[in-house]
Design a protein around this ligand. Sequence first.
Ligand code: HEM
Length: 173
Amino acid sequence: MNNGSTHISFEMLDEMVLLDAFIKECLRMSGGTAFMLRISTQDVVMSNGVTIPKNGYVCFNIQSHNRNPKLFGPNANSFDYKRHIRLGMKLSDASLANLIWGAGGRICLARLYSVAIVKLVMAILIRNFEFFPNYRSQRNSKSDDFDTSHYAILSDRNKTSGLYAIQRPWKCS
Ligand code: HEM
């Protein structure tokens, strides 16, 4: 991304392949929608013998599905954003193997809109701030005479966890 430019086009968002895969992996591992709730329209006998009666509630666990080693391999529980690049899957792609957007007739109506907004916000943040895992690790790794006046602290600086950000020197929106 051109740091001097203030404009981020759809084409530029589309070229952000690593960010795309990173957000997809975040949603795979801890997506906002954990369950899909349905009401059964008829009696259904499952392969394990359990019967779901007509009008019974069925709750499908998206997060468990999205961490299934049969679908995502032995490292299904690990954060490996490049898996989506290897699989040739983009953030906006919906598939039965990855239910971050749901599936079928009730699939997320705002999927393309959400992808554009999330990537845009992330791109603006990354362009304007440098992120560090926590304040102490940064203090230990760099010199102690940091000018902290312009820090956007996203966590308590005395804690060893959380995230904090330093505004980059150039001005852009
Ligand atoms: C990253 C953001 C989002 C994620 C991960 C997400 C995910 C989902 C999922 C998994 C479903 C399916 C639920 C089900 O089958 O029971 C869904 C449905 C839906 N989403 Fe989203 N969503 C997001 C953002 C949005 C936004 C911003 C809007 C509205 C502006 C929206 C509108 C809807 C609607 C209306 C449905 C129901 C569609 C239907 O039942 O026909 N979503 N979303």
